[in-house]
Design a protein around this ligand. Sequence first.
Ligand SMILES: Nc1ncnc2c1ncn2[C@@H]1O[C@H](COP(=O)(O)OP(=O)(O)O)[C@@H](O)[C@H]1O
Ligand SMILES: [Mg+2]
Length: 283
Amino acid sequence: MTVLSVCNHKGGTGKTTTAIHVAAALALSGRRTLVVDIDPQGFLTRTMGLEEPPPEQSVAAFFDPEADPRDIDVQETGGFDLIPSSNTLTRRMRDLNKPTDVLWVREVLQGLDLPYDLVLFDTAAALTVYSLNALVASQHVLIPVLPEYQSVVGGEQTYQTTQLVENKLNPLLESRHILFTQVDARKRMHRTYREYIREKYDSEVLENIVRTSTTLAKPQDGQSTIFDHDPNSRGAVDYANATDELMSRINDTGGGEERPPEARTPATAASENASEISELLSP
Ligand SMILES: Nc1ncnc2c1ncn2[C@@H]1O[C@H](COP(=O)(O)OP(=O)(O)O)[C@@H](O)[C@H]1O
Ligand SMILES: [Mg+2]
């Protein structure tokens, strides 16, 4: 089972839109995807027309020693399964201040036998214990970058975070995939930033791009995606192509390998390394 996080430390770069449409594109090709909305604001959950469930039925169960994540009834929406977010994550964050609190999600995923080809985390822009948990549990990171200054800076910071997580805690996090989103070919600035990123990150940048699309920008009507209501639109075509490319990249790196059995509980994990990672969270 492959685990992928969609991450960029800047907001509005297309993370949630990308998470939804990659999962929906995979569903169309018969692959089973579980999306986990680990953004406390729960935009993905809302966009897919779902009510916030009780905390024990949400991703908050991953961080609750009293809850059993096996009891979560995953929701079906847009052709994929979803574990919704919960606004209790915001309150819970205050207690998640130990270095080993970056390991909860990995522990939970190791303990579940999930029948999915891909588990995909949609993360918040803020670098919190939740985004770090997703990265510590992932083999792949998809970094959506809008080719404008702040998003490029956020993308580069995200890249550095993933390197630190790889070096300290998660050697399986070896592949980054940068995807340009909301590209406007008429803007010279977009061209300049795309060239800069391609030059610097080379083969880590997807060939396919996602162009600006009025269909993607429109609020969705609940449980459907662009593939249901406008499958020939440019947003649908771009995400279908980008997803194909992403999956062949993941398959090329042998993305489905199992995790090694060590570090099964936060207590036994390398807490020294975890503390270096959690220092990222200090003000
Ligand atoms: N390719 C696109 N074309 C036009 N608008 C887009 C596109 N991708 C995303 N958007 C819009 O941009 C805004 C931010 O996207 P979102 O996916 O929520 O970003 P993030 O999750 O990174 O904050 C949303 O209003 C979304 O509908
Ligand atoms: Mg988002």
